[in-house]
Design a protein around this ligand. Structure first.
Ligand code: TNX
Length: 516
């Protein structure tokens, strides 16, 4: 579909024709059903209106966001108005499109008179709007006026997600990333229909979220000189966090906060001496080692601390989940680990949240409502299979597939390689619903791509590691199993390149992808 585009000199790559089968299918994640009608293209005009469901403030807000994203490159005014009268232009309508499409599904129809998105809820309208953005030429992502034929290919799409939970994780503990950088990442997630952002808020090297009852966690534990190599200081105030929650919510993304415990806690232990079994604060750490710290399991103050933190985080978080980590507690004995989790997990529930932990958490046999995040590299894992047998749901984040901090290959300047190199095809070619024996489709709540920040300091670094692999995980989470197809994915991925260029996002030009 990019063939119709005559682009400014700033975007030479976008002038190359796309190679996907049908222009309507050139979308990531792949829509569930597509019916092309080549004679029925719609072209945006200076007079195009964005019409939204009358009486729905949420539909109107989705329409406003869509118009905001279309104005800069088109230069068209794109007024947002209530949808009365015959359809023309872009219409976002709430309608009964059937239970099959659920909360996030939508139908999108393109005819010469306009584009109509119908959905059961505003979340579906938002998802449909993201599809529409990708159906326009790549130059639509530019923040300055471009000369292009703003054509949307004719036909219809019926779409809905495979999994309810499609996530990305950002580690802001090893290096703090600012609210603006996090928002920029949220924008990128939203485009690919990722609907959860897990924030890894605390770790050995830094504590990045204000806790009023333990104020030095941030001023000392997250202050200047903290982070890997001592250059990752900073923290989110409660106001920053609330603002991120609402920025994400506007994009139908739920924040999942993580306070990692009982290991990965050196920043807290070095700030508050009383949390240590011997009452002596260890020195702060800025190296990348893992597994050496633990809260003191036998001290009552530990549970006062844990409860205070969980309470404050739960109060700040409208989303249903609260992640309490639980990974790599190598200096906590198995018995201590169970003792700890048997007190910590109920505290999460006491404050109204659904507990979430890295897969080790199932060793403590917590309530089966606890979601286990699988980060192993094996496809046989008795512990997690047994947990599924007991009724747990699992988030799939196999480290050798979804870890965005793993290097692409031996030459990647950033990242780690303990789980191997992950090229784009490795990130794409696996099935979350059949990856680990005993963890079947029904046990999988969703997928998540974690991005650990030991080696990452800037948004450029984040983008380079996340793009393009993030889109592979997004497609695994959204698109039907039956649409899984590497040759198709790599062609569609190639068309994202000019879009990232148009919006100045850095990405890794994998040799596996036929970039324009
Ligand atoms: C393992 S994955 C960790 C993190 C590191 C990451 C680096 C997990 C639950 N724990 O502490 O940052 O590897 O890839």
């Amino acid at each position: 579909f990019t063939a119709a585009l005559s682009v400014s000199t700033a975007l030479p790559a976008a002038a190359e024709p796309g190679t996907a089968d049908s222009p309507l299918t050139a979308v990531i994640p792949a829509p569930a059903e597509v019916e092309a009608d080549p004679g029925a293209d719609y072209r945006l005009k200076p007079s195009t209106l964005v019409r939204t469901e009358p009486g729905s403030a949420a539909a109107r807000a989705v329409g406003r966001q869509l118009a905001d994203t279309l104005r800069p490159a088109t230069g068209y005014p794109m007024p947002v108005v209530p949808a009365h009268g015959p359809a023309n232009g872009i219409s976002l309508l709430l309608d009964d499109v059937g239970d099959d499409l659920g909360r996030e599904g939508y139908r999108l129809a393109v005819s010469p008179r306009g584009v109509t998105v119908r959905a059961n809820t505003p979340a579906g309208l938002f998802a449909g709007s993201q599809t529409l953005r990708q159906l326009l030429p790549a130059a639509i992502d530019s923040d300055s006026r471009q000369h292009a034929a703003w054509t949307v290919p004719g036909g219809s799409i019926t779409d809905h997600p495979r999994y309810d939970y499609r996530g990305a994780m950002l580690d802001i503990a090893r290096h703090f990333h600012t609210p603006d950088e996090i928002k920029s990442y949220i924008d990128e997630l939203a485009r690919y229909k990722i609907n959860h952002l897990h924030l890894h808020l605390t770790d050995d090297q830094g504590w990045r979220i204000e806790i009023e009852s333990w104020p030095e966690l941030t001023t000392v534990g997250g202050g200047p000189g903290t982070g890997v190599d001592g250059v990752g200081g900073g923290f989110l105030t409660k106001e920053d966090y609330r603002d991120l929650v609402s920025y994400a919510a506007d994009r139908y993304i739920t924040i999942v906060p993580e306070i990692d415990m009982p290991g990965h806690t050196n920043s807290a232990l070095s700030t508050y001496a009383e949390l240590n079994c011997d009452g002596v604060a260890p020195p702060p750490r800025t190296d990348m080692a893992v597994g050496y710290s633990s809260l003191c399991i036998d001290k009552e103050i530990t549970y006062e601390f844990v409860e205070d933190v969980i309470q404050e985080i739960a109060e700040l978080t409208p989303g249903p989940y609260l992640h309490i980590g639980g990974d790599e507690a190598h200096v906590t004995s198995e018995e201590e680990y169970r003792t700890f989790m048997r007190r910590a997990v109920p505290l999460v529930e006491k404050y109204g949240k659904r507990p979430f932990g890295w897969n080790e958490i199932v060793r403590a046999e917590p309530t089966t409502d606890t979601v286990a995040q699988y980060w192993g590299t094996a496809t046989e894992h008795a512990e997690i299979a047994d947990a599924v047998e007991r009724g747990h749901q699992v988030i799939m984040s196999p480290a050798n597939r979804t870890y965005l901090d793993m290097k692409y290959d031996e030459d990647t300047p950033l990242g780690l390689s303990w789980a191997g190199y992950i090229e784009v095809r490795d990130a794409y070619d696996w099935d979350p619903g059949a990856h680990v024996t005993g963890v079947g489709e029904d046990a999988v709540l969703g997928v998540e791509a974690p991005l650990w920040s030991e080696t990452l300091r800037s948004l450029d670094h984040i983008e380079y590691m996340a793009l393009p692999r993030l889109t592979a995980v997004a497609e695994l989470g959204w698109s039907p199993r039956s649409s899984h197809d590497w040759p198709s994915f790599r062609e569609r991925l190639a068309e994202q390149g000019p879009r990232w260029e148009a919006r100045d996002a850095g990405f890794y030009r994998s040799p596996q992808v036929p970039w324009a």
